[in-house]
Design a protein around this ligand. Structure first.
Ligand code: TXE
Length: 474
């Protein structure tokens, strides 16, 4: 049984109360983690004060070196971390090894380079020069969810460190293990107090981070309902806030798309990571002329996905993140039937784990609850459309606005639809094809703000303008 502690001031800090951490594929308790309270968060903030003082004075070139050392340390333990992530989250170890951990490594290397390459603007007046300067915020709070644990934690930690901040971070209580490993790596590389990790429940530990007066910025990724609570606390305190929330993303397939490419793309978009990615394409919109043929091919592709032991190299779909989450997803399958849908798949697998076969749902109105609420599991609803306008109207017909993918061979259609969709990110003839320089984030109930590249650099720093009056001619 692994015993996980908080990491405060570069050392493990035990706490009195604990929570069990379970492997969702076996329902076995694999670790005990702290159930931290406000006092633990405050201890982390006290450590972060000293961390912020030292780190903000550390030259950018040295900060970049530290980020690269963290990346190297993660890379050296890639297989171990992939196995840990898979055991903790339920995802196939092949996915963790190919995506989650390599992306965490890339996050640190990317922001080390971004920091070294950054130049700031100056603006010339007739009798003065303005120049921009960046300052660290000080102590930032990072709160992350259970679907892509190290991928998303590193996405926030790397730029926060690059910009000279100290951190108080809280991973999801459901997936604490790779965060614990990262904290141990940081303890060996960063000055004491720069990276502090506290584990615990959202309403107790997470809330304490959001409301701590010395934590001046919050970057949160999680559900929309929780994001609303985080914003309600942080906004009156005038904290910088970045919210990456839920999604109910459409995959739009036009009749002129490359059929096989679109089928494969729609299957991947719908079911990667068990459908537990905020960017997953959980609403499949198909032009009517190819609808029947596409549904048949798509369903065959979904049924060919191998559901099973996340540790097995051939597994495509592992366990959902918890039995409770599986119950939530099953609740939506029942709702789908109640709303008149036909469900193919969605059966439980025998055994103690939170396994669920992927489900394809047809026959639903695109405005029904199943087709507009975030399920966050291996469930895709399929809907026909006649033309671009109808496809855009259906795709924009949810409270979310995170992402979409458009499959067509007509560039005009791709641009018109891409521009008309009320989302933060559109992929054309691909999905989840990511360059770390581009902005990431959503609109409507999918969140506030953008992170990624220069957007992250700006979020995790305070921009200052200094205007220097030039002396009169002599
Ligand atoms: O997220 P939560 P959960 C969606 C998805 C999922 C739903 C809930 O629909 O079913 O959100 O998932 C911490 N103050 N997404 O329960 O509750 C919590 O401890 C401060 C989409 O995992 O939002 C965890 O560390 N923090 C999302 C983090 O917030 C609080 C990915 C996320 O937990 C808190 C995950 C509070 N009051 C879920 N309450 C995406 N966009 O990728 C909880 N937390």
């Amino acid at each position: 049984m692994r015993v996980v502690h908080n990491w405060i001031s570069g050392v493990q800090a035990p706490t009195s109360d604990h929570l069990d951490d379970t492997n969702p594929a076996t329902s076995q308790v694999i670790a005990r983690i702290p159930r931290s309270q406000a006092s633990d968060v405050h201890a982390a903030v006290v450590a972060a004060r000293e961390g912020a003082r030292v780190w903000s004075r550390t030259p950018a070139s040295e900060r970049a070196i530290a980020l690269r050392r963290i990346a190297d340390a993660l890379e050296a333990r890639l297989d171990e971390l992939a196995a840990l992530e898979s055991q903790d989250q339920g995802k196939p170890v092949s996915l963790a090894r190919k995506v989650d951990i390599p992306r965490a490594i890339a996050n640190f290397r990317f922001f080390a380079s971004a920091l070294e390459q950054e130049t700031l603007a100056s603006t010339r007046m007739a009798d003065a020069i303005n120049y921009e300067a960046r300052k660290p915020i000080g102590i930032v709070g990072l709160i992350t969810p259970w679907n892509l644990p190290l991928y998303l934690l590193s996405w926030k930690v790397a730029p926060a460190l690059a910009m000279g901040n100290a951190i108080v971070a809280k991973p999801s209580e459901l997936t604490p293990l790779t965060a614990d490993a990262l904290a141990g790596i940081c303890a060996d590389i960063l000055p004491a107090g720069v990276f502090n990790l506290v584990h615990g429940l959202g309403p107790e530990c997470g809330q304490a981070i959001v409301e701590h007066p010395e934590i001046k910025a919050i970057s949160f990724t999680g559900g929309t309902a929780t994001g609303r609570r985080v914003a309600a606390t942080a906004a009156p305190m005038f904290k910088k806030l970045s919210l990456e929330l839920g999604g109910k993303n459409s995959t739009l397939v036009f009749a002129d798309a490359d059929f096989d490419q679109a089928v494969a793309g729609a299957v991947r978009a719908g079911f990667a990571n068990q459908g537990e990615i905020c960017l997953c394409g959980s609403r499949l919109l198909v032009q009517r002329s190819i609808y029947d043929r596409f549904v048949e091919a798509f369903t065959a592709g979904v049924q060919a996905l191998k559901v099973g032991d996340p540790a097995h190299p051939d597994t495509d779909i592992g366990a959902l993140n918890s039995l409770a989450h599986r119950d939530k997803v099953e609740g939506y399958l029942s709702l789908a039937r109640d709303e008149g849908g036909t469900v193919v798949g969605g059966e439980r697998s025998p055994g103690p784990g939170a396994f669920l076969n992927p489900a394809v749902v047809t026959g639903l109105e695109p405005t029904c609850r199943t087709a507009t609420e975030e399920i966050f599991g291996p469930v895709v609803t399929v809907h026909p459309f006649d033309d671009e306008d109808q496809a855009i109207a259906i795709a924009n017909g949810t409270e979310y606005g995170l992402a979409a993918s458009v499959w067509t061979s007509d560039l005009g259609c791709a641009h018109r639809v891409g521009e008309a969709l009320d989302v933060g990110m559109v992929w054309v003839n691909t999905w989840l094809h990511r360059d770390l320089r581009v902005p990431f984030g959503g609109v409507k109930n999918s969140g506030v703000g953008r992170e990624g590249g220069r957007w992250s650099m700006a979020f995790y720093s305070e921009n200052k303008n200094i205007c220097v009056k030039l002396g009169d001619r002599r």
